[in-house]
Design a protein around this ligand. Structure first.
Ligand code: AMP
Length: 478
């Protein structure tokens, strides 16, 4: 199951649960489908999970008081494959021998199906279809005494992307995969250590940023404020964080690697203007994700920045609707054309990315119907031509608009007068990384390059099975 998520954790404060609820609220953009909080009161674990928004479920005193203790973790999530059931909502909890563990995971494993099949063959009973349960199962089977050691033994068996916050009687544990694909940061609130996906979760509670958790690092945060760090996997020269965090996923007011996400996205727009300027009367974002790049494009070109589309704030992300028909209706409900502004005008639309092309197709039709004279589209990243397996929920090859299509073919399909994408080198340049170093890229950028930074065990096994099925079919029919 593919998931996009935000994680949070805090230890050593009597307001652990309320602070976790606030942290999750700030991370709501990373997942709006369900959320949960687990706390530990020194003797017992408590866990509450709900479908729906954090603010709908974790604002009342009764719920928060039902989660006592000075340490807590939280999780907010999307899923995409119809498995929208409470048993998959995190944190996931398990009783261990004389102790327990609760876990919140952002990212996707690339060998979870293989591991799961093996564990089931050996008698494990899974309670959910979430690949995050693998961490619990592996931890529970470990022969180590301490929960931390058990967890680490499990980490050594998984492949793929993970940023974890884990609640144990030994402390609050944070872990980041050896490549550092998904983000995890360490913060501090008056001596209470915090773990979170993004800095916006620290800002909301007045906490300070301490540092990133390193790729392959496990930190054990204790109630007295001490932090033990274990570099479980060899320290890499460079982390390879997912480039899509900066392009789309992170909140614009977050700071990543010392740089404001908003500023970085504005630079994408400036670079786009350098590479693919356009004769037009105005530039407009596809709100909200295209806003910073459109501002950058406007400031660089001098074209007036206007709102050609008005976004309804009463509808969430349309991208994750499982059915294409519903996705299309969702786009129309989410954006409406600003008719009096665009009538007779040449409009340049800016968006952060094109995935299936649903948004761009609908919006270009909408603007033409509303009387735009010309509609041009500029995209603040290169064409996405490879699927993601690490938790950002871009679909398979067959659904990606840019696969096997030239820019001209895409232009025609979308129905715009011109279309241009930012180049890969332009993307790296805008993110202040110089030219892409092919031997050691600064980012995980597989969506554009096909350069996956981990093994893809499940995917390879599926391809092998599909090939064997096809070969045996050919043998039978020949
Ligand atoms: P599509 O309509 O399928 O081409 O998707 C592109 C739109 O979805 C753009 O407006 C993006 O801002 C947004 N988007 C891109 N990546 C993601 C993602 N991983 N999750 C949710 N929305 C996304």
């Amino acid at each position: 199951m593919i998931e996009e998520c935000g994680v949070f954790g805090i230890i050593g404060t009597k307001d652990a649960t309320a602070l976790t609820a606030l942290g999750l609220h700030a991370l709501q953009h990373r997942g709006q489908e369900a959320s949960g909080i687990a706390s530990y009161d020194g003797k017992h674990f408590h866990n509450e999970r709900f479908m729906g928004l954090v603010s709908d479920n974790f604002s009342d005193a009764a719920t928060l008081n039902g989660l006592p203790g000075e340490s807590a973790i939280g999780h907010t999530r999307y899923s995409t494959q119809g498995e929208t059931v409470l048993r998959n909502v995190q944190p996931l909890y398990a009783d261990l021998d004389r102790t327990g563990i609760a876990i919140a995971h952002n990212g996707n494993l690339t060998n979870s199906k293989t591991l799961r099949a093996d564990l089931v063959r050996r008698g494990c009973i899974f309670q959910s279809t979430s690949d995050s349960e693998i961490f619990l199962q592996l931890t529970a089977r470990s022969q180590y005494i301490s929960v931390t050691d058990k967890l680490i033994e499990g980490l050594k068996q998984v492949e793929g992307a993970y940023a974890l916050t884990v609640l144990t009687p030994e402390g609050l544990i944070g872990a980041r995969d050896p490549v550092g694909i998904r983000p995890l940061i360490l913060g501090d609130l008056d001596g209470a250590p915090i773990l979170a996906s993004e800095t916006c979760a620290l800002d909301i509670i007045g906490a300070t940023f301490v540092r990133d958790i390193n790729p392959g690092e496990v930190v054990i945060c204790r109630a007295d404020g001490t932090i033990e760090s274990r570099q479980v996997f060899p320290k890499k020269e460079h982390a390879r964080p997912c480039i899509f965090e900066l392009i789309y996923f992170a909140k614009p007011d977050s700071v990543v690697d010392g740089q404001s996400v908003y500023e970085l996205r504005k630079r994408l727009g400036e670079q786009l203007a350098l590479e693919a300027n356009c004769e037009a009367d105005l530039v407009s974002p596809i709100p909200d994700s295209g806003v910073p790049a459109a501002i950058g494009f406007s400031q660089h070109t001098g074209l007036p920045y206007e709102m050609a589309l008005i976004r309804s704030h009463f509808i969430g992300r349309t991208f994750i609707e499982p059915e294409q028909r519903i996705r299309e209706a969702g786009v129309a409900r989410k954006h409406s054309p600003n008719r009096s502004l665009i009538e007779g005008k040449r409009v340049v639309l800016i968006d952060d990315s094109i995935v299936r092309g649903t948004t761009s197709r609908k919006i270009s039709q909408m603007l033409r119907k509303a009387g735009a004279k010309e509609v041009h589209m500029r995209i603040a990243c290169p064409p996405i031509i490879h699927p993601d397996f690490y938790g950002i929920n871009t679909p398979s090859h067959s659904e990606l608009l840019a696969v096997n299509r030239s820019v001209e073919e895409m232009r025609e399909l979308i129905g715009v007068d011109s279309l241009a994408f930012l180049s890969l080198d332009g993307l790296y340049k805008a993110f202040r990384k110089g030219k892409r170093d092919d031997a050691a890229p600064a980012f995980t950028d597989h969506c554009f390059t096909g350069d996956y930074p981990t093994k893809l065990t499940d995917h390879d096994a599926e391809s092998r099975d599909a090939m064997i099925t096809q070969l045996s079919f050919l043998a039978e029919t020949s």
